[in-house]
Design a protein around this ligand. Sequence first.
Ligand code: ADP
Length: 227
Amino acid sequence: MLIRFTGVSHHYAGSTTPVVRDLDLSLTEDRIGVIGANGSGKSTFARMLNGLIVPSQGTVTINGLETAGDGREVRRQVGFCFTDPDSQIVMPTVAEDVAFGLRRRGLSKAEIASRVTAILTAHGLQGYEEHPAHLLSAGQKQMLALSSILVTDPEILVMDEPTTLLDLRNTRRVVAAINAMRQNVILVTHHLDLLADFERVLVFDESRLVFDGLPDKAIEHYLGLME
Ligand code: ADP
């Protein structure tokens, strides 16, 4: 993975105030955390990683592909997991939701069914294939959302506060899933303890990247900002 931000600033339409400013950055690590106060720009940063937001200034490239021009291919390489799985679940049943990401790939029905079963089994949802997706528990919904992303085998997974709505048990399930995945993971979180083993943590404050380094030092920096 090689992600590059070059001279990136972003302001939303109708505003002239940048919510991300002057970002120059290369990201290559397997596990990268992103922390900062509410409104510091973390979600905007995360959404720029898969072209959901194209910066108003500067460029973001993912493995050489610019998000502004190659959005479709970028989204093939970069999966995005939202805080609220309801915003991600699009089909009525669990199996259909997972299979949705595999459409138009020229796979046989049998191949799709076998991939769907394998990914559901890996995420504790075996036997739920025909279950209505909206009747799952909050924790199961997040595992379904993750399954639906991972079945497409992206190289990179961006997660925007995926455990914020979950209890401790389900948070641990998401952590176990992260630990098991082959993807490069960029995790935005307020659960600082999830980042202990991460290789790199970015700290945002008032629209700027204010610290970039190892988890212990980054968390110390963040806690200092909160005093
Ligand atoms: P964080 O994820 O750290 O809470 P965000 O990136 O969501 O930060 O927000 C940064 C700033 O951008 C905030 O001031 C927020 O109100 C503003 N913002 C976020 N989304 C939008 C939007 N769609 N339109 C206008 N302003 C937005």
